[in-house]
Design a binder for this molecule. Structure first.
Ligand SMILES: [Mg+2]
Length: 250
């Protein structure tokens, strides 16, 4: 087997625990929108009909918002991986149904998304991640490939990676092979010389393995499927990666 010269990384649930981050961002940006909109309607708006709208959050809960996102994704299959777009589009629809004029619905949706993205980037990687990447980047080309709307460029962590692929925004989210191939091409590597690190069996392990990459599967949920395909290695935490790489040699 060829020595490994390139590592590609998934981000969410690989380099940090994503669920608490998303739960907080979800709740807080929704509450922010409800509060800020109420203040705006009360203090700034002169149109009497608009002032009578009441609280947005009373009729339009987080559950409505989630359902609407799924609905928007069904109506726009090409956008299914662009979560930020889906969120904004769903919010515009809900705010218009609530009674805001279209221009105000767009402005408030954009403001709420900005709030969401700020909260979504208030995250701390696992403590082992920064020293690990510091050491790895002296020996390997490093790329990040994410479907999510975590924008690495907003994080300290960005400087560890020479290539960052936001696959959702490319409209070819994983498991599409293209984000993997784009990362390898930009690092001047090939699948046989690369190892992908990720937690999702369907979006990380299978597509990378089918390309001929080796894969470190972060089995965060303890799914342990028994026998693994050749070239797929199961880890329970990304901190185990350096030991695996040592074992695989260069
Ligand atoms: Mg992930």
């Amino acid at each position: 087997m060829s020595p490994i010269d390139t590592l590609t990384f998934d981000l969410d649930d690989t380099l940090w625990d994503n669920r608490p981050i998303m739960e907080r961002a979800e709740q807080e940006h929704h509450a922010w929108l409800d509060d800020a909109l109420a203040v705006w309607l009360d203090e700034t708006v002169v149109d009497e009909a608009l002032r009578q709208l009441g609280r947005y959050g009373e009729g339009y809960t987080l559950e409505h918002y989630l359902q609407r996102r799924l609905d928007v994704a069904r109506r726009h299959p090409l956008r299914r991986g662009d979560f930020t777009w889906l969120r904004e589009r769903a919010l515009v629809e809900l705010l218009e149904e609530f009674g805001l004029p279209r221009s105000a619905a767009h402005l408030w949706a954009a403001a709420a998304i900005e709030r969401f993205l700020t909260l979504r980037h208030e995250l701390t990687p696992y403590p082992e991640v920064v020293p690990m990447l510091d050491a790895l980047r002296t020996r390997y080309g490093l790329a990040a490939i994410t479907n999510g709307n975590a924008d690495l460029r907003r994080l300290e962590l960005a400087h560890h990676f020479s290539v960052i692929i936001a696959a959702g925004e490319m409209l070819t989210p994983k498991p599409d092979a293209r984000p993997f191939l784009a990362a390898l091409a930009r690092l001047g590597s090939t699948p046989s010389r690369a190892l992908h690190v990720g937690d999702s069996w369907n979006e990380d392990v299978l597509p990378a393995w089918r390309l001929g990459m080796r894969v470190a599967w972060i089995d965060k949920r303890g799914e342990d499927p028994g026998a693994l395909p050749e070239g797929v290695y199961r880890l329970v935490h990304v901190r185990e990666l350096p030991a695996l790489l040592d074992q695989l040699g260069r």
